[in-house]
Ligand binder design. Structure first.
Ligand code: ZN
Length: 383
């Protein structure tokens, strides 16, 4: 009886946190909203009694960093992001609480996951096994654009840790993500010379044509049968029909199962840019996250914890990327979908399943306990 009332009060608290955090707009470019939300998250982290808690700035990107028991034998990294894809002008701004679901911007991706992270760690911290484990938490705010500014900080954390847990959403049916493609983003810029399209046509240089040539060639780099995907995601340029455009720009994303293919496709794109005399910048590159032996071992350990709690655990690969790619590339076993179950993320129908808040919290707390007791032994790679 006591446990169940404790659990229901914990669930009410978790729902309230999701509501508060998701009602704050934290689009990647909304720095004021991000700061406000990170302050709220820091407040909720006080129960963890960390040895260190601080806001860190990587370029323009604010993050929250916490640390406890750096001297412990096993070091765990727990991470997530506070930013969302919904700009301040987007109509989807507020949370609505339903019977079994919460709908709102970023509830699944991944404010619900951040709530699970903190509450699971709180539960673990209250158990005697917690003394065996030290941890670091990092919440970044530029994940939705590929973590261009926080990646190096995440890599530093990875060097100090033996295992990484991220709280990105699981799929709606609870399936976790194992392998992920790598992903790289490019902005291509074409510079021309503006002139009246009739009277001064001979003085102008159209910026759109060379970009269009590159785009038509880029389509040939899209080879889904080889596991390599190329997407021209946006094109901008020009002003009016009677003006020769002096600029045009586009964004291109490359995804691939193998780092080799990712890099060779990148190289082809750079050559195309050179051929048409266009500027190209790489805004992010996250290597593929193959399912290695250590991570598979960890997933199997998690599955055991799930069966103790009656939560079925399964996993599959996806083309989506996250900071789990970065962590795995640093050589530490990484599970990156320990967050809530939900769906329709990045749309105005995004939701999380309320029951998964409790389930995932209990699952993660037990998983941490098993790691601490070395029933799930973690191979240390740190020197
Ligand atoms: Zn996410």
């Amino acid at each position: 009886m006591e446990t169940s009332s404790k659990n229901s009060s914990r669930l009410s608290e978790m729902i309230a946190l999701v509501q508060t955090w998701a009602n704050i707009n934290t689009h990647t470019q909304n720095f004021a909203g991000i700061e406000k939300a990170l302050n709220e998250i820091a407040k909720a982290c006080a129960v963890l009694k960390p040895n260190q808690i601080e806001f860190v700035k990587n370029g323009t990107s604010l993050g929250l960093f916490l640390k406890k028991r750096a001297e412990a034998k096993i070091q765990i990294f727990l991470g997530g992001h506070v930013d969302t894809v919904f700009s301040v002008k987007h109509p989807f701004q507020k949370v609505s609480l339903g019977q079994d679901t919460i709908q709102g911007p970023g509830v699944a991706d991944m404010k619900g996951g951040l709530v699970v992270l903190i509450k699971a760690l709180e539960q673990f911290e209250n158990s005697p096994s917690s003394g065996q484990v030290g941890w670091e938490i990092f919440v970044n705010s530029d994940e939705e654009i590929g973590s261009p500014e926080s990646t190096s900080f995440i890599q530093e954390c990875a060097k100090r840790c033996d295992v990484a847990l991220l709280f990105e959403p699981a799929l709606a049916d609870g399936t976790l993500i194992s392998a992920r493609k790598g992903s790289a983003n490019y902005t291509i810029y074409s510079k021309g010379k503006k002139a009246h399209a009739g009277r001064d046509a001979h003085l102008g240089k159209n910026a759109i044509y060379p970009l269009a040539h590159l785009i038509s060639q880029a389509e040939k780099l899209h080879r889904p049968h080889h596991g390599t995907l190329v997407n021209v995601g946006f094109v901008n340029g020009g002003e009016a029909l009677n003006i020769i455009p002096d600029y045009a720009t586009c964004g291109i994303n490359i995804r691939s199962d193998s780092l080799e293919d990712l890099l060779s496709t990148k190289q082809s794109l750079i050559l195309l840019a050179k051929q048409y005399q266009l500027e190209i910048t790489e805004t992010s590159l996250r290597p593929p996250k193959p399912l290695d032996k250590e991570t598979e071992f960890l997933l199997k350990g998690l599955k055991k914890c799930g069966s103790q709690l009656g939560i079925p655990i399964q996993w599959r690969s996806t083309g989506g990327v996250c900071d789990g790619n970065t962590l795995a590339a640093c050589g530490i076993p990484t599970i990156d979908t320990l967050g809530v179950c939900g769906g329709e993320i990045h749309t105005e129908h995004e939701y999380l399943k309320i029951a998964s808040l409790s389930e995932k919290t209990d699952l993660t707390a037990l998983f941490l306990h098993e790691i601490a007791c070395e029933t799930i032994p973690i191979q240390r790679k740190r020197k």
